[in-house]
Design a protein around this ligand. Structure first.
Ligand code: GLV
Ligand code: GLV
Length: 324
């Protein structure tokens, strides 16, 4: 019988065409499956689900499925999927590591440049007609050279950011569940700090590059923000809930730290209205991996995992499956 494949949103054409060679493909309309009830209603009869990080693939959704063999997330992070339940039900889960690392490294560096040099505030000032002449004291930012970049979560993306920051003369310190490969540590001249509060204390810029887990939920809380230097900047391209957003908004208003660049939010697509009121904040709609090249590669990697599983390949032959 023909395999049925549900892709929850339009993705790059190449990946859709590829999957059409492996089954009957349905592509959902933008946003429809952000609603779990819609997923629960429609998941029956599908052998494979290619979903977005905005789709809650939780226990109820997985239990509503009757012939699902694989869920492939169009993302490296997979906190939107109840992996444990999927595995209990014999459903494989895939993500898309590696293919978005460099795009995310570029983007994190770009956010830091924009934040530290106040691009958004200065541009708004010009567009509003306030530029009346060169100002010796206008929009003074923080230079990156000789500053310390503290990275929480030194995986592929954290390392890609570190590599770029090194080229700007920054010193790298990091916190991670475990120390990284000593050769990479040496290449980046990166210092491991076992305690994330201590890392926050020593960082001029703190970057979040860890997955969202029970351990990292609200890792950036009031205490941590207060430990950071007053001139410090915060960059987050991981998941919104790694930060206690209400506390961050307060801390920015009270000038506990200078600024934050956020690509991700706790309750996407909602953005905390208090954050919207903070001037020293760069807020972007979750676009760290958004290049033509990378989004196509993400689509192809997710699609390949689906094709492999539907064709009966062994789990051990599909490199981007999440291991139980
Ligand atoms: C994006 O946030 C991803 O996890 O790929
Ligand atoms: C983590 O998922 C990474 O690729 O850094």
């Amino acid at each position: 019988t023909t395999h049925r494949i549900l892709i929850t949103e339009p993705i790059p054409e190449k990946a859709i065409d590829f999957l059409k060679q492996h089954g009957e493909v349905t592509v959902g309309e933008k946003g429809t499956y952000q609603n779990q009830e819609h997923l629960i209603r429609d998941i029956k009869g599908y052998d494979a689900l290619l979903c977005m990080l905005s789709n809650p693939v939780n226990k109820r959704v997985l239990e509503a499925a009757d012939r699902l063999k694989i869920v492939a997330n169009f993302a490296v992070g997979y906190d939107n999927i109840d992996v444990e339940t999927a595995h209990e039900l014999g459903i494989k889960v895939a993500n898309t590591p590696d293919v978005l690392t460099e795009a995310c490294g570029d983007y994190a560096m770009g956010l830091l440049m924009a934040l530290s040099r106040k691009f958004n505030e200065a541009e708004a000032y010009l567009r509003e007609g306030n530029f009346t002449g060169w100002e010796p004291l206008g929009f003074l930012g923080m230079e990156l050279r000789n500053k310390t970049l503290g990275i929480i979560g030194m995986g592929r993306i954290g390392q890609a950011f570190a590599r770029r920051a090194r080229a700007f003369g920054m010193q790298i310190k990091y916190h991670n569940r475990s120390r990284i490969n000593p050769e990479i540590e040496k290449e980046l001249e990166a210092t491991y700090i076992a305690d994330h509060y201590e890392l926050a204390r020593q960082s001029d810029v703190l970057s979040l590059n860890c997955p969202l887990t029970e351990e990292t939920h609200h890792l950036v809380d009031r205490n941590l923000l207060e430990i950071m230097p007053e001139h410090a900047l915060l960059v987050n391209i991981s998941r919104g809930a790694v930060i206690d957003e209400a506390e961050l908004a307060k801390a920015l208003k009270e000038e506990v730290i200078v600024g934050a660049a956020l690509d991700v939010f706790e309750n996407e697509p909602e953005v905390n209205p208090e954050l919207l009121k903070t001037p020293n904040t760069l807020l972007l709609p979750h676009i760290a991996s958004a290049t033509h090249e990378t989004r196509e590669a993400i689509g192809m990697l997710a699609a390949q995992a689906i094709a492999d599983i539907l064709e009966g390949k062994l789990a051990s032959e599909v490199p981007n499956l999440i291991r139980p």
